[in-house]
Design a protein around this ligand. Structure first.
Ligand code: EPU
Length: 346
């Protein structure tokens, strides 16, 4: 163990509790970041110079296939507050290490609706912009105002707006040109004062109807509760069954390919896109290939949602990737559709 001014580097640090798949791997060095100054110190420390760096928040969107060489920055920055309001919106800021779901619950408890559709998504606030988390008819970018990040090369803090973040479906600047260049330290959300429920997603509408709220305009709390109920019913809790949420993105295909597939598979689940192309439900394609509930070693396809790969206990990242590849090959052979992995694979 060696120390810099305010950052402590720990050698051989176990990462099992820091990735939601629960892979039992270690970091060459790890440094827990509780204050932005520690991050600056760690980044500028000459002993860290030249080492590869990996930023981990909740580790909810990553597949670690082996021990991680270099320095792992464990972002544990805490804090959340209402920073300001104008006539149209409230602006709330949360530090990157805050658990996402707790933050969503806190905004509702403050009487600030707008994030309820994104309840129960695993991971931290700092991870949310990286893959532009989304669920049940809402993407994070629709509530995003700006973020603060530290540039690893310089140790300088920068402020980035939505344009700079280049959000797309499960995508952002931080998965492309910005990859491994920045550590997000806090995110500010814009929650419009005129709130409109997003309750159109079939599972949510069904859940609201089942709880007797199908007809009335639902409250943000009712949507939050419905989302929590639907997620609990379909998606495994990473604390009980290691997983990283959807393992594949829903693929987007050209209309001609969609029409050919639809003729072959009349039940194909699809969503027309604004650009004229068609998004397909990857879970449906995988399910249709017979993969739901199947295992390869200790890696398996979840029994209630084929888009989620799980660690049944003791699986390695390599085993999960082997399962993912077998699924990708089957879907490509049967439907001619390529599935892209959603988590970052290391
Ligand atoms: N389906 C099946 N079999 C399955 C899974 C799905 O037939 O095993 C069918 C469903 O019946 C439904 C369709 O496929 O008709 C879509 O399924 P679902 O509503 O469960 O959503 P999804 O497209 O599979 C996406 C997100 C989820 C998000 C839900 C709800 C992606 C990659 N995944 O899943 O996000 O919670 O919609 O909005 O976009 C995540 O990113 O980690 C995640 C969980």
């Amino acid at each position: 163990m060696f120390q810099s001014d305010s950052a402590t580097f720990i050698a051989g640090y176990p990462l099992k509790a820091h990735n939601t798949f629960g892979f039992d791997v270690r970091a060459q060095f790890a440094c827990r970041i509780e204050r932005e100054a520690q991050l600056m110190a760690a980044v500028r420390d000459p002993r860290a110079a030249g080492l590869p760096r990996l930023v981990l928040g909740g580790g909810s969107n990553i597949v670690l296939t082996g021990d991680v060489g270099g320095l792992v920055l464990l972002v544990a920055l805490q804090g959340r507050r209402l920073v300001r309001e104008d006539n149209d919106a409230w602006y709330v800021e949360a530090a990157a290490g805050e658990p996402w779901h707790d933050f969503v619950a806190w905004t509702l408890a403050q009487g600030l609706p707008g994030l309820e559709n994104l309840a129960l998504i695993p991971g931290t606030v700092g991870a949310a912009p990286i893959q532009n988390i989304g669920a049940y008819g809402l993407e994070m970018c629709e509530r995003f105002a700006s973020l603060r990040a530290v540039e690893l090369a310089t140790g300088e803090a920068v402020e980035l707006d939505a344009t700079a973040c280049r959000f797309g479906y499960r995508d952002s600047f931080f998965k492309r040109e910005g990859r491994d260049r920045f550590v997000i330290t806090s995110v500010t959300f814009r929650l419009p004062k005129v709130w409109t429920p997003r309750a159109g997603y079939a599972d949510i509408a069904r859940e609201l109807a089942a709880s007797g709220q199908g007809d009335a305009r639902p409250t943000a709390r009712a949507i939050f509760d419905a989302v929590v109920a639907v997620r609990r019913a379909k998606l495994p809790d990473p604390l009980q069954l290691g997983n990283a949420g959807s393992f594949f993105k829903n693929p987007v295909v050209e209309v001609a390919q969609f029409e050919a597939l639809k003729a072959q598979e009349p039940e194909l689940v699809s969503y027309p896109q604004p650009d004229g192309r068609v998004k397909l439900a990857a879970g449906w394609l995988i399910d249709r290939c017979g993969w739901k509930g199947r295992a390869m070693g200790a890696a398996a396809v979840h029994e209630r949602q084929a888009l989620v790969l799980v660690n049944r206990g003791g699986a390695s990242g390599a085993e999960v990737l082997a399962l993912a590849r077998a699924i990708q090959e089957d879907v490509l052979t049967r439907f001619g559709v390529e599935l892209d992995a959603e988590p970052v694979c290391l």
